[in-house]
Design a protein around this ligand. Structure first.
Ligand SMILES: Cc1cc2nc3c(=O)[nH]c(=O)nc-3n(C[C@H](O)[C@H](O)[C@H](O)COP(=O)(O)OP(=O)(O)OC[C@H]3O[C@@H](n4cnc5c(N)ncnc54)[C@H](O)[C@@H]3O)c2cc1C
Length: 338
């Protein structure tokens, strides 16, 4: 909580004073529809991340996509604000919040810029948090908390992707140093991926929310046949369906995060969240392009980028086919015929 307060103060100082009143009203409208009972800490984090994303990430997202560049300055800012280590304990130098907080931060950052969002992924720090010794944490965790260094999780190989258990890379001692990767081919990957899927679900939610906002804004401004297209029922149907998909996926995502935080099994729920949110993101971004018509297809508007960003969330950290296999596998265990 203390960490979040300082995070809030820092972000407020750096970004809120520059927010326009129109932007602030939009935040209130969107953020009012949170989960009933969402704690003050989580609501504050959500608002803080949203304001930061609007001020620092949204303005650069289109350009870094066009230039194929890495948002180095923004990653450093995320690190300074404690947003690269939201769920890492304070004694380890992290922000000291929970996984729900991480999912909330990931969504809001991804709503501003999906590239920045995926850099906050738990895939690198997650297994270190879970398995590293204090000395390993010092070396492999500390420099990664403030954005000085950025880690990655290299599981895919030319010969394996979906089949994580088929990874052939093994740890080897080379002089005094271990050369990556694993001595346990399945269990730790599985736990890392279960948690990571909640993060990708949250990233997909942020992309979906951004696409939805782009569509509803355009629909109210664009006129056809003498009136805003938002007055047309077929456009309204699209907007309604988008909102239902986003909100239902958000509930699944937050539920999976809450199960993890309360140390309950969450493999099935993480897969359900990832499947629902990534498919929602693709559907919402697809319909957003349709609402924008020709402007949806061109790079002057963000809708086509949201679609490309959404599409990868159905592939990495387990394709939608693999999520369905995970869900079905868990269901068959739960409903094991006697
Ligand atoms: C932008 C990007 C970033 C990435 N980042 C990382 C990263 O940071 N670290 C990392 O380790 N990897 C990363 N990946 C790799 C990613 O995780 C894999 O692409 C993904 O897991 C799918 O593996 P694959 O590409 O080998 O597809 P394949 O496993 O070859 O699958 C091809 C198709 O077959 C389907 N399929 C496979 N097995 C089954 C089955 N049993 N039943 C039904 N259908 C099946 C799949 O769903 C898919 O539709 C990244 C990929 C991309 C594109």
């Amino acid at each position: 909580m203390a960490a979040l307060r300082s995070l809030g103060r820092l972000v407020a100082k750096k970004s809120l004073k520059h927010s326009s009143s129109v932007g602030r009203n939009q935040h209130v409208r969107y953020l009012s529809n949170g989960l009933p009972g969402l704690s003050e800490t989580h609501q504050m984090l959500r608002q803080t991340c949203r304001d930061f994303a609007d001020k620092e990430l949204k303005p650069i997202a289109g350009q870094i996509d066009k230039d194929c560049t890495y948002p180095k300055k923004q990653v450093k800012m995320l690190g300074e604000l404690g947003l690269l280590c939201v769920d890492i304990a304070e004694e380890d130098g992290g922000t000291g919040l929970d996984y729900l907080a991480y999912a909330i931060a990931m969504e809001e950052i991804s709503r501003g810029c999906a590239t920045a969002g995926v850099i906050t992924s738990s895939l690198y720090l997650g297994p270190i948090k879970a398995y590293a010794t204090p000395a390993q944490k010092e070396k492999f965790m500390k420099p990664f908390l403030n954005g000085d260094r950025v880690g990655c999780f290299a599981l895919s190989e030319p010969g394996n992707g979906s089949d994580a258990g088929a990874a052939s890379t093994m740890a080897k001692l080379d002089g005094d140093e271990w050369v990556f990767a694993t001595t346990d081919k399945s269990k730790k990957h599985k736990q890392t991926l279960d948690a990571g899927r909640i993060g990708i679900a949250a990233q997909a939610l942020g992309i979906a929310q951004a696409a939805f906002e782009c569509a509803i804004d355009y629909a109210q401004k664009r006129k056809a046949f003498g009136e805003p297209i938002s007055k047309m029922q077929m456009i309204q149907t699209k907007l309604a369906d988008m909102e239902v998909q986003i909100e239902s996926s958000r509930l699944l995502t937050w539920k999976a995060a809450m199960l993890k935080d309360t140390k309950k099994p969450y493999t099935k729920e993480a897969a359900m969240a990832k499947l629902a949110a990534s498919e929602a993101a693709t559907n919402v971004a697809h319909q957003a392009i349709q609402v924008l018509g020709g402007m949806g297809y061109v790079r002057d508007m963000p809708a086509e980028r949201h679609y490309r960003d959404a599409r990868i969330t159905e592939i990495y950290e387990g394709t939608s086919e693999i999520q369905r296999l995970v869900i079905a596998g868990q269901l068959l265990k739960e409903y094991h015929a006697s």
